[in-house]
Design a binder for this molecule. Structure first.
Ligand SMILES: *[C@@H]1O[C@H](CO)[C@@H](O)[C@H](O)[C@H]1NC(C)=O
Length: 228
């Protein structure tokens, strides 16, 4: 009897306040005496056992809260699928020496992610004209501007006066930071080389075989440390 009544008195002292991420349990204020030393010993034993159980439950609840937080974070910072797009074309056969060769519309879902862009296909540059060589540069633009975080994503072909009509496979790839969520127009361009003193030459992009732009939204834990 004494145990039952005392446990009832003790129970309110075990009330735990669960407030957001915090659990506060008052486990101290349990000392109540029935006036009998034997009963007090029994009660003390019960209270200690209850304290252990409460501590275990508190541990379990904290573990569940941590799991829930992880789930909430993963559902807001990443998707289960990969946000990727490929725009491919056969027989691009573009002989222009300046301009936009290919476009690919992409929808970036988050601000904090980086974009990986890839172009692959065939490129050619034959030297023509009086200069010592010809040079063309192929490069990506994102919403009309070249990547600056951290670098441009580009390549060049230089051909000297002995240059033959050599077609080469090209694979240009890079990561770009700082592109906001929303529509991103990814374009593959051709234009002047960084050194301007060479001729334009006769360039050719995408002869017969397939060319493609690949765009992928990538989650990077610490973009500034890993994308340079
Ligand atoms: C991206 O950032 C802009 C500017 O801070 C904000 O208005 C927009 O809601 C953000 N978009 C997403 C998807 O987080």
């Amino acid at each position: 009897m004494a145990i039952a009544t005392l446990v009832l008195k003790v129970l309110p002292a075990f009330l735990c306040l669960v407030d957001g991420q915090t659990i506060v349990c008052n486990l101290k204020d349990w000392t109540q005496s029935s006036g009998s030393a034997v009963d007090d010993q029994l009660v003390k034993g019960s209270v200690v056992a209850l304290q252990d159980q409460v501590q275990q439950l508190v541990g379990q609840v904290k573990g569940l809260q941590a799991d829930l937080l992880k789930l909430q974070q993963s559902s807001t910072t990443s998707d289960t699928g990969v946000n990727v797009k490929q725009c491919s074309k056969r027989d691009l056969n573009d002989a222009r020496t300046n301009g936009i060769l290919m476009s690919c519309n992409f929808v970036k879902k988050q601000n904090e992610t980086v974009l990986r862009v890839v172009w692959n296909g065939m490129l050619r540059l034959i030297h023509v004209g009086q200069k010592s060589g010809s040079c063309r540069r192929w490069y990506f633009t994102l919403n009309g501007r070249e990547c600056s975080e951290p670098q441009t994503i580009d390549t060049q072909i230089f051909t000297n006066s002995n240059g033959k009509n050599r077609h080469r496979p090209a694979y240009v790839e890079g990561y770009c930071r700082g592109i906001a969520a929303g529509a991103v127009l990814v374009e593959w361009n051709i234009g002047e080389c960084i050194t301007k003193s060479y001729g334009t030459g006769a360039s050719y992009s995408g002869w017969e075989a397939t060319v493609r732009i690949i765009v992928e939204e990538v989650h990077v834990n610490d973009a500034s440390a890993t994308i340079n």
